[in-house]
Design a protein around this ligand. Structure first.
Ligand code: OOB
Length: 547
């Protein structure tokens, strides 16, 4: 495995191979097989109606891989890929897989000024970006940042690079006649996902060809995907959920069709569902709210839609109960993490299980422990922290030995930071979390990161960020601060302005600011966030200080 990654121990790897989970196939080679099998069937559909067949996709990837090689992109080189939901995303990724270069997936929303992250991220040399997305010019951002990123040798733009002179290259100009390339090793890293982040900087999660091919294959089976599946990619494609749970890769593996939605609104998605006769999609609870509100009024025909997967943050029982009758679909709850473990409800589960649990692990080889504060397993029905290991769950973050020492047990279980209970029939029910993360509409925001920026405000002495429950987003970001009497009084607009200027992405900015005299403390004199979270829950809705 790439230097800086933690491989599975040899005995575990052998078990996974013997059981047929890991088959030694790279994702790039798999696409070749799919193209041979499904040839002229349509694989990808852009929102503008562009259609790409399996054979064309295969050829496109070969041509791009040759072009990237011609530009000096080397095997094992890490490459930042930050593209919107378009067929090019799939072509770029599979071209890189064929080269053995390693995409690092960043959501386009991260680009919105938060690229401070990339300064310290161990990414090398190349960066793929869109030209302009919903009025935001990624090229301008990159041009601003390039002087601070000496390791970035080349920026490729899907779309119009807007001028040759400053080193931005159009993706379309790269294609070359295919060249023979050495096959990468299937047990090596195929790509990196970024962690939702309990730490100030996101951690890089290595996913191997073997482990991801297995994840997509097993979930495609559970979801009964086939050639008739038409999957709408609604969530950002760099996110594990639409990419491979079973998502885009799972659908391509069975000869189905992927349709790309540029944004998740009903105005965009409902016409696409009608036009392309979409059968399946994956969304987060916040989107479910939007869709439920719009479904009753829409003139669009949604009758082809059969299955909606919902995951990424807690789906409340009352909302879950509305999905099947109001959208006319089957609901599948999905609990997952970029680090690996996935649990799904199954189509034939009793209704109560589908509505009130987050399902069972997708692999028979997924190992789960629910433990108390001393790492002792608790009985079913008791809430504890979820620990897990298995054939598609990482054994360590990239180049993070110190963090890994606390994020994993000595025997390789990943500490998820989620508080769950297990039902007698083996389903997981998410009850909360021990990790310090606010889940705002499915986006994971590290409290530590926001607190770090808040204390840079001259009027803030101390800061503590907690979640405030919200009907639509699930949680909002509530910042408690102790003011510094010598500084200017902190206000919500002022704080948001400062944090934005410091490079924080918009979705990480506090929704609410509460100025307090002192923080409640625990017995160990730490800020008692439980008390603050309880207080935040009692606040009436609105902007708080400085509204
Ligand atoms: C997905 O992945 P990440 O890495 O963005 O976030 C993982 C965390 C989990 O540890 C948990 O705290 C939360 O998101 N989460 C859920 C949930 N699904 C994820 N919390 C409550 N209910 C659920 N159903 O979010 C992700 C990755 C693949 C598939 C689906 C979601």
């Amino acid at each position: 495995m790439l230097d800086g990654c933690v491989p599975w121990p040899p005995d575990a790897a052998e078990r996974y191979r013997e059981a047929g989970y890991w088959r030694g196939e790279t994702l790039g080679a798999l696409l070749r097989g799919w193209a041979e099998r499904y040839g002229d069937r349509v694989a990808l559909v852009g929102d503008d109606g562009t259609r790409v067949t399996y054979r064309e996709l295969d050829m496109w990837c070969d041509r791009l891989a040759a072009g990237f090689a011609g530009q000096g992109v080397a095997p094992r080189e890490r490459v930042l890929v930050q593209l919107p939901n378009t067929p090019s995303f799939v072509a770029v990724c599979f071209a890189l897989f064929r080269l053995g270069a390693v995409p690092v997936f960043a959501l386009p929303s991260y680009a919105v000024r938060s690229c401070g992250t990339w300064r310290s991220c161990p990414v090398r040399s190349r960066w793929w970006i869109p030209d302009e997305v919903r009025g935001f010019d990624h090229r301008a951002l990159v041009r601003d940042l390039l002087p601070e990123l000496p390791r970035v040798a080349r920026v490729f733009v899907a779309g119009d690079p807007g001028g040759e002179e400053d080193g931005l290259v159009a993706l379309a100009a790269l294609e070359q006649d295919p060249v023979a390339l050495p096959e990468p090793d299937a047990s090596d890293v195929a790509f990196f996902l970024l962690s939702g982040g309990t730490t100030a900087l996101p951690k890089m999660i290595p996913r191997t060809h073997d482990d991801y091919a297995y994840q997509t294959r097993i979930t495609a089976g559970i979801c009964e995907l086939g050639e008739d599946t038409v999957y709408l990619a609604v969530l950002p494609v760099e996110f594990n959920f639409p990419w491979g749970c079973p998502g885009i890769i799972g659908v391509l593996g069975v000869g189905g069709r992927v349709v790309f939605a540029p944004d998740p609104t009903p105005q965009t998605c409902f016409p696409l569902i009608e036009r392309e006769r979409v059968t399946m999609t994956s969304v987060i609870p916040t989107i479910v709210h939007l869709w439920l509100d719009a479904a009753g009024r829409t003139g669009h025909d949604l009758s082809s839609l059969d299955v909606v997967q919902v995951g990424s943050s807690k789906l409340h029982d009352e909302v879950a109960a509305r999905i099947e009758p109001e959208l006319g679909v089957r609901l599948q709850q999905v609990f997952g993490m970029a680090e690996g473990l996935l649990t799904f409800t199954r189509y034939d589960d009793p209704r109560q299980v589908v509505l009130t649990t987050q399902g069972r692990p997708v692999s028979p080889a997924d190992e789960i422990r629910v433990v108390d504060g001393d790492d002792r397993e608790v009985p079913d029905g008791t809430v504890g922290e979820l620990l897990t290991r298995g054939p598609y769950t990482l054994r360590g973050y990239y180049r993070a030995p110190e963090h890994n020492a606390s994020a994993f047990t000595a025997d390789g279980f990943y500490r998820s930071g989620d508080l769950v209970r297990r039902t007698p029939t083996g389903e997981i029910v998410v009850e909360g979390r021990v990790k310090d993360v606010v889940i705002r509409g499915g986006d994971k925001v590290s409290a530590t990161e926001v607190e770090g920026h808040l204390t840079a405000h001259p009027g803030v002495q101390q800061a503590a960020v907690v979640a405030k429950p919200d009907r639509v987003l699930g949680e909002k970001i509530c910042a408690y601060v102790v003011a510094d009497r010598d500084g200017p009084a902190p206000t919500l607009p002022g704080v948001r302005r400062l944090l934005r200027a410091r490079g924080l992405a918009d979705f990480k900015l506090p929704d609410r600011l509460e100025v307090v005299e002192v923080f409640p403390l625990t017995g160990l004199n730490k800020v008692d966030k439980k008390v603050l979270a309880a207080r935040a829950g009692l606040l009436h809705s609105g902007g708080g200080a400085g509204r």
